[in-house]
Design a protein around this ligand. Structure first.
Ligand code: IPE
Ligand code: IPE
Ligand code: MG
Length: 231
């Protein structure tokens, strides 16, 4: 496909709109999150097909703890199930799995499931799928600063000193950031890493964002002129 010739190296997605998707159907919010897992599957498959090297997905923000307990617990249960269930498909598709964020606050059981899937897919050389869990951009920059302090790094501090201590160290900064559900905000996501990222906002709710919608985002990206402050 000619229009997909400029494939981004790293696509990141703020998966938004699961609750509204469920509400529109008179369903419980958790049903929206379940339908959202199907979109994760479809988009991962699409990334593999298009040879996108990194696909990162914002799945739970540090602010999302403020939601009702049933929803928060339901989300963790859903993630546990998905991580266990998807291992086979990840291996079949040569997908390396990573989870980034403040993982110490997750249950022991979930942390173990994550570590196990990460370990079992570590030799995969195709797409890297990164799930951002209990993540926020301000938290990330703060923990990087804390590490600099603990390592007693002598000033002057460089940008490289900071970026190499973010949880995304070693991962190229996103070329394209997609947010679904029509909201046009960053919601404390990758603040540092998106300095020169192209943004794409889709009106569809996350459970309705599948391969054709992803393809449209890539087509938009391919037409962009990234100037990085130059002319
Ligand atoms: C995104 O959908 C999923 C998470 C934030 C975990 P939402 O749950 O935010 O859905 P809306 O925005 O309420 O519709
Ligand atoms: C952002 O969505 C977080 C995730 C997608 C995980 P939210 O639904 O939490 O963001 P706000 O509250 O609309 O800004
Ligand atoms: Mg939302």
């Amino acid at each position: 496909m000619e229009q997909l010739s400029k494939i981004p190296t790293h696509v990141t997605i703020i998966m938004d709109g699961n609750g509204r998707w469920a509400k529109m159907r008179g369903m419980d919010r958790l049903e929206g999150h379940k339908a959202g897992v199907e979109s994760v599957r479809a988009c991962t498959e699409f990334a593999v097909e298009k040879n996108i090297k990194y696909l990162s997905l914002f799945a739970f923000s540090t602010e999302n703890w403020g939601r009702p307990t049933e929803e928060v617990e339901g989300l963790w249960a859903l993630m546990f199930k998905a991580i266990e269930m998807e291992l086979k498909t990840l291996l079949k598709n040569n997908v390396r799995f990573l989870v980034l964020g403040n993982l110490s606050m997750l249950s022991e059981k979930l942390q173990q499931a994550i570590a196990s899937t990460v370990e079992k897919t570590k030799e995969c050389t195709g797409t890297t799928l990164i799930v951002m869990l209990n993540y926020s951009g301000k938290w990330d920059i703060t923990q990087a600063a804390q590490r600099l302090l603990e390592e007693r790094v002598q000033g002057p501090i460089t940008e490289e000193d900071i970026s190499s201590r973010l949880v995304t160290a070693n991962i190229p900064e996103p070329d394209l950031m997609i947010r679904t559900s029509g909201e046009m905000r960053i919601s404390n996501y990758m603040l540092w890493q998106t300095a020169y990222t192209e943004f794409y906002f889709a009106d569809v709710l996350w459970p309705d964002f599948r391969k054709p919608e992803f393809a449209e985002a890539l087509e938009s990206f391919a037409k962009r002129d990234r100037r990085y402050g130059k002319v």
